[in-house]
Design a protein around this ligand. Structure first.
Ligand SMILES: [Zn+2]
Ligand SMILES: [Zn+2]
Length: 400
């Protein structure tokens, strides 16, 4: 009984220290988040954003590795407590969207993880093991985390955490497996009126591809999404188009299901090439894996949000989900990707970009930093909690 009381007391004391540490950093880190917000940089071009996030970590004594995995704007900042314990990795995103700036709020994501790490460094007597901030570029286009995962940068990590701004505070939400492909059709130009018989229409091949995919839709399971655009459709109405191109995204609830969808979609494009006589080249992108939320870790994060007075709601029962490269990290180690509300706004809109630089956005970021730091401390201070997180992950892995 007395042990239990002491532990609760210590637990509360830890939280008080972490909350105070984050609050003391608030002026500095809100300026940092606003600076990144005001200077949006696209995927793999986040030179200034990465440098801005690295600077305070370097000053605080973290060991800095730049150009992690050969990616110019990836980094890792490490603090080794010198005590045995878990390796905890906080992920920073900081890429923006074409035309819309920080309409996905990655300025808040990167800054929240850095803030949590700076706060934990201030209360480093609570830390065991190693704490890392991994700067993962190009979430929107390029899949920085996929590249870093494939290069083994999460193999040694016990738990990975980050947060994402959103219209609702949800600790667990799914993410679809996803892959993109470009279909390039090479036909033959001809005068469209005087000698059409000499031509091969690459545009027709693209149109047949769309029609073939549309015919497949009735055979897809409900989780599947296939959506495309015509990125090249010919250059003049009086020339049979010699080159035409379509870009597609394919999504399904698992990588395994996605591979079947991909095969069918690729066959539709191959069939279109056969019908028209065009030659087809397929350029396939990286595969984003589905998200494997660690429910145990998510529950600790939820409890900490509730200690902070933040209300958490359940995720939608179906639909309303996209894809993220955190999915690939979550296949390698225990990971969470919770959401915190910044307003009645949805990502990838101008309104969301505005919210990502608003007072509500900054407050959500500070709440995220507190909950991230509190959850990291839970894992450092309570071996049973850490074990439960690892057991869940290893059990999931063994059934995979
Ligand atoms: Zn986004
Ligand atoms: Zn995002």
């Amino acid at each position: 009984m007395s042990d239990c009381t002491t532990s609760v007391h210590n637990h509360n004391q830890h939280n008080v220290q972490i909350i105070a540490a984050v609050d003391s950093l608030a002026p500095q880190v809100t300026a940092l988040a606003l600076n990144i917000h005001a200077n949006p940089e696209l995927s793999f071009e986040e030179v200034n954003s990465a440098a801005a996030l690295i600077a305070p970590l370097r000053t605080a004594g973290f060991e800095i590795e730049e150009q992690l995995g050969g990616l110019p704007t990836a980094f890792r900042a490490t603090f080794d407590s010198g005590k045995p314990g878990p390796v905890i990795s906080l992920l920073a995103e900081y890429d923006a969207l074409v035309d819309l700036g920080h309409a996905c709020g990655h300025n808040l994501i990167g800054t929240a993880s850095v803030t949590a790490a700076l706060a934990l460094k201030q209360v480093s007597h609570l830390l065991t093991g190693k704490l890392e901030v991994v700067g993962t570029p190009a979430e929107e286009e390029g899949g920085g985390k996929i590249i870093l995962s494939d290069k083994g940068f999460f193999d040694h990590v016990d738990a990975v955490m980050m947060f994402h701004p959103r219209d609702k505070t949800m600790v667990v939400r799914g993410g679809l497996a996803c892959v993109d492909a470009v279909f390039k059709f090479y036909g033959k130009a001809a005068h469209a009126a005087s000698a059409p018989q000499n031509g091969i229409s690459a545009l027709d091949a693209v149109i047949h591809t769309f029609n073939g995919i549309n015919a497949l839709r009735q055979l897809f399971t409900d989780d599947v999404r296939v959506h495309g655009i015509i990125s090249e459709g010919g250059s003049a109405t009086n020339i049979v188009p010699a080159y035409s191109e379509a870009k597609f995204l394919m999504r399904a609830s698992t990588v395994r299901g996605l591979s079947i969808v991909k095969q069918k979609v690729f066959d539709a494009a191959r069939g279109a090439a056969l019908m028209t006589g065009a030659r087809l080249e397929i350029e396939e992108g990286l595969t984003y894996a589905e998200r494997n939320n660690n429910l145990t870790l998510a529950e600790y994060f939820k409890q900490n949000l509730e200690i902070l007075g933040v209300e958490v709601v359940p995720p939608p029962k179906s639909g309303g989900i996209g894809s993220s490269d955190i999915g690939n990290v979550s296949q390698i180690t225990a990971a969470i990707h919770p959401y915190i509300r910044i307003g009645d706004v949805l990502p990838h809109t101008p309104e969301f970009a505005q919210a990502a630089g608003s007072e509500a956005g900054l407050q959500a970021m500070l709440q995220a930093a507190k909950a991230l730091a509190m959850t990291a401390t839970d894992l450092c201070q309570d071996a049973d909690k850490l074990q439960a997180v690892r057991d869940e992950f290893l059990s999931w892995k063994s059934h995979f």
